[in-house]
Design a protein around this ligand. Structure first.
Ligand code: HEC
Ligand code: HEC
Ligand code: HEC
Ligand code: HEC
Ligand code: HEC
Ligand code: HEC
Ligand code: HEC
Ligand code: HEC
Ligand code: HEC
Length: 358
């Protein structure tokens, strides 16, 4: 801003202050709405030439993009001074900063006052841990921006774009996967993006047993939902068959007290991969017949030949597939109610005798 315009703006502010003083005795003028206040601030802050100088000799522009702010979720709802308390006073009280980092870090605390839940979740996540140790991890403003905040999950693919600014290798692998291809197609909302598996704020260390043993639950949100799977012709019983199998049973038994990073069993991603999941029959699939033995050998190094065929995969036992397992199951489904029913009947008969014999 030119010195002349700065002086004009100052004069205007002083005049307003004098006018306010002479109206003493009249009812107080209504408090400025967030938009009116923003207009006042932008009167100076739209100007690209106002800058701040830091003690280390660097400078930063103090221009605020009017259009970006007008289109943000906060526009008209949150006043500039709710994120920048104390700045209604013009000229602003004099402040000095050692560096741009110090200047920005101060302002970046603004979000927590209104979004406390997201803030406390963020405090539990890996990014906060890395940031605390001085690493280059994102804070609220790196993922959401400060003035151009728009709905973060719309469209759905935007989520992965946000994460890919730093995790580009992962994002590339995901984009080529069956899920990533779906996300860039006509039905993006059906596909899992980064935050469906990792969450957005309380992101956990993905190598821990606690995280990995919960992944079947994550996949189940979609893969156990028959409505969601129907358009793709996929079975919705992959989760129930997994859970009734040895691997799945171990996973559900161990999940509540999982510790450390030692693997105790196979979860979905051990057979299917995670960022690079393919259709089960496309080249490169870890579970197609040609590759399946190799997939089992990751953990069953002695497995050979027809090892996988000793296992039911996701098939439910039936008379044609694994008839012995099927018949044993049927036998137990009949036997167990029969035994319990018999027990209950015996107790009732005892009671009856006691009552009748009195
Ligand atoms: C009269 C012009 C003017 C108005 C009106 C104005 N500012 Fe400023 N603002 C400045 C100038 C100039 C600076 C540079 C530092 C300084 O001189 O205080 C600045 C600096 C800032 C900074 C940088 C932080 C800092 O400590 O320097 C923020 C944030 C800010 N203003 C917010 C606001 C908000 C919010 C409003 C409205 C409530 C507002 N300003 C109204 C001129 C103005
Ligand atoms: C939702 C909270 C929020 C609102 C609303 C908000 N700001 Fe900011 N502002 C911030 C944060 C956070 C930063 C620090 C940005 C960074 O580190 O990149 C910032 C930075 C600034 C800066 C320093 C220069 C820059 O862009 O980094 C100025 C000047 C400023 N804001 C003025 C304003 C004005 C004027 C308004 C109203 C039109 C406004 N702010 C509304 C949170 C907010
Ligand atoms: C003074 C309170 C306040 C502060 C401070 C504040 N916000 Fe907000 N924020 C709101 C309100 C109110 C809404 C809801 C707007 C709506 O629903 O239309 C909102 C909405 C949002 C949304 C969109 C939510 C959605 O579901 O689409 C995001 C993202 C967001 N804020 C991020 C931030 C960030 C980042 C900061 C810090 C730079 C911040 N907010 C600071 C009050 C605040
Ligand atoms: C690593 C990037 C990242 C960081 C850091 C981050 N967010 Fe988010 N945030 C997201 C994404 C992505 C979504 C949308 C999630 C979705 O739709 O799956 C989101 C959603 C939101 C929402 C709207 C939905 C909701 O949960 O209410 C708000 C508000 C929000 N974040 C505020 C914050 C605040 C405040 C901080 C800092 C304490 C923060 N975020 C830090 C990425 C981030
Ligand atoms: C500003 C850069 C940045 C953004 C944006 C970002 N991250 Fe990170 N992330 C990091 C850094 C730095 C680390 C810690 C170093 C590492 O392990 O890669 C990290 C770590 C992680 C980890 C733990 C990795 C491990 O091996 O322990 C996960 C998971 C993760 N981020 C997911 C996400 C997701 C999901 C998003 C989007 C919502 C996201 N990140 C956005 C920088 C970023
Ligand atoms: C379908 C679920 C799923 C989706 C979608 C997903 N991840 Fe992961 N991600 C995982 C699992 C599971 C692991 C841990 C695997 C392991 O280490 O055994 C992981 C590991 C990671 C790691 C740790 C380092 C590494 O490369 O293994 C980072 C960082 C990460 N994911 C970021 C992302 C980002 C960014 C996206 C979006 C582009 C994303 N993830 C999408 C499930 C997912
Ligand atoms: C021990 C390895 C293994 C584990 C663990 C495993 N799968 Fe599979 N999965 C396979 C094999 C092999 C196939 C291909 C043959 C078949 O359809 O049964 C398959 C097929 C699938 C299919 C395609 C189904 C269809 O209708 O074509 C989906 C989806 C799937 N699995 C998801 C999952 C989910 C979700 C989990 C975890 C709850 C999981 N898988 C656990 C090996 C595994
Ligand atoms: C947000 C929902 C969602 C989540 C969460 C999800 N998926 Fe999927 N997945 C889908 C949809 C929808 C398809 C079908 C994509 C297509 O055919 O274009 C699919 C396809 C697949 C396929 C390919 C099946 C085939 O042969 O066509 C496998 C394997 C798979 N997912 C495994 C997993 C695993 C493992 C997890 C958990 C780590 C998981 N998915 C999490 C929605 C999801
Ligand atoms: C991530 C490691 C891992 C992978 C991959 C894996 N398993 Fe396992 N599997 C285990 C562990 C650990 C056990 C013992 C604990 C349990 O039952 O869950 C086990 C148990 C078994 C058992 C029960 C009998 C026994 O040896 O204890 C069979 C059969 C089996 N797996 C078959 C398979 C087949 C077939 C594949 C490939 C399609 C496969 N596994 C892939 C880790 C794995």
């Amino acid at each position: 801003m030119s010195p002349r315009r700065h002086r004009l703006a100052l004069a205007a502010t002083l005049l307003t202050a004098m006018f306010a003083a002479t109206s003493y005795g009249l009812p107080e003028p209504p408090k400025e709405s967030p938009s009116e206040e923003a207009e006042g601030c932008l009167g100076c802050h739209e100007d690209p030439s106002i800058e701040v100088a830091f003690a280390d000799g660097t400078r930063r522009t103090l221009q605020v993009d009017r259009n970006a702010f007008a289109q943000s979720v906060h526009s008209g709802k949150v006043a500039c001074s709710e994120c920048h308390p104390g700045f209604q006073e013009v000229p602003h009280p004099e402040r000095r900063f050692a560096s741009e980092d110090e200047f920005r870090n101060g302002m970046r605390q603004a979000c927590q006052t209104c979004h406390f839940q997201n803030y406390s979740r963020y405090m539990d996540g890996v990014h906060h841990r890395v940031a605390k140790e001085g690493g280059p991890a994102p804070s609220c403003v790196d993922c959401h921006d400060a003035h151009a905040v728009t709905p973060p999950g719309k469209p759905r693919s935007r989520v992965s774009d946000t994460c890919s600014t730093c995790h580009s290798d992962v994002a590339e692998a995901w984009a080529k996967s069956v899920h990533g291809r779906l996300a860039s197609g006509p039905k993006p909302d059906d596909a899992p993006v980064c935050t469906d598996c990792h969450r957005s704020h309380d992101i956990q260390d993905p190598k821990t047993q606690a995280f990995l043993l919960r992944t079947p639950e994550t996949c189940a949100k979609c893969h156990a939902d028959a409505e969601r799977m129907k358009p793709y012709g996929l079975s919705a019983s992959v989760v129930s068959t997994y859970l009734s199998d040895f691997h799945g049973m171990t996973a559900s038994l161990e999940a509540p007290h999982a510790e450390g990073t030692n693997r105790v069993t196979a979860v979905c991603i051990d057979c299917h991969g995670f960022h690079d999941i393919t259709k089960v029959d496309e080249p490169g699939s870890k579970v197609m017949k040609e590759n399946l033995l190799k997939t089992c050998q990751q953990c069953h190094p002695d497995a050979a030949g027809d090892f996988p065929s000793a296992w039911l995969s996701h098939f439910e036992p039936s008379l044609t597939r694994a008839p012995l397992v099927y018949l044993t199951k049927q036998f137990y489904t009949l036997l167990i109610p029969f035994i319990i029913g018999g027990l209950v009947l015996q107790i009732l008969l005892h009671f009856w005798r006691v009552v009748v014999n009195r």
